[in-house]
Write a protein that binds this ligand. Sequence first.
Ligand SMILES: Nc1nc2c([nH]c(=O)n2[C@@H]2O[C@H](COP(=O)(O)OP(=O)(O)OP(=O)(O)O)[C@@H](O)[C@H]2O)c(=O)[nH]1
Length: 140
Amino acid sequence: MSVAKTIRIVAAVIRDGQGRVLLVRKRGAAVWQQPGGKRDADDRDDLHTLARELHEELGCVMQHEGARWLGRFSAPAANEPGHVVEAEVYEVTANGPFVAQAEIEGVCWVVPAMLGDLPIARLSREFILPLLVASPGNGS
Ligand SMILES: Nc1nc2c([nH]c(=O)n2[C@@H]2O[C@H](COP(=O)(O)OP(=O)(O)OP(=O)(O)O)[C@@H](O)[C@H]2O)c(=O)[nH]1
C-alpha cells in the first residue's frame, strides 16, 4: 500500500469589502488555490511564512495585526499526485494591489457561495471556502 506524502503549507484567506476571496493560480496549473506556501528554514513563525509568500506571489504587504487562525485542513494536493497538502489557514488583511508574480500566473476574486464550476483545488473547495460561506467577513 502506498502512503501519501504530506506537503505542509501556510495558506491565506484574503477578503475584500464585498466578501469576495482572493485565489491564485500557479504557472502551468489548472486549478485555483489560496495564496501561501511551504515554510522556509529561517521563517520565524507561520505569519512570517505567510507575509513572505504573499509578498513573493502578489507583491502585497500583509498586516500581522488582526490575523486570525481559521484551522488546519488537509486534502489531496492539487498539483502533486500521491501527496496530501496540510495547511494552517489564517485570515489576514494585506495592502494591495495584488499582482501575480514569481510562480503565480493568475489572480481572481470569488464569492464563496457562488463558485460555479470554476476549477478550484480540493483544500479550498471542500474546506476553506465552505467555512467562509458559514462565517461571512466583516465587510459582507
Ligand atoms: N499554496 C497553496 N498550495 C496548495 C493549496 N492547495 C493545494 O493542494 N496546494 C498544494 O500544495 C503545494 C504547495 O506548493 P507551493 O508552490 O504553494 O509552495 P511554495 O511556494 O513554498 O513552493 P516551492 O517550494 O515550490 O517554491 C501546491 O503545489 C499545491 O499542489 C493552496 O490552497 N495553497
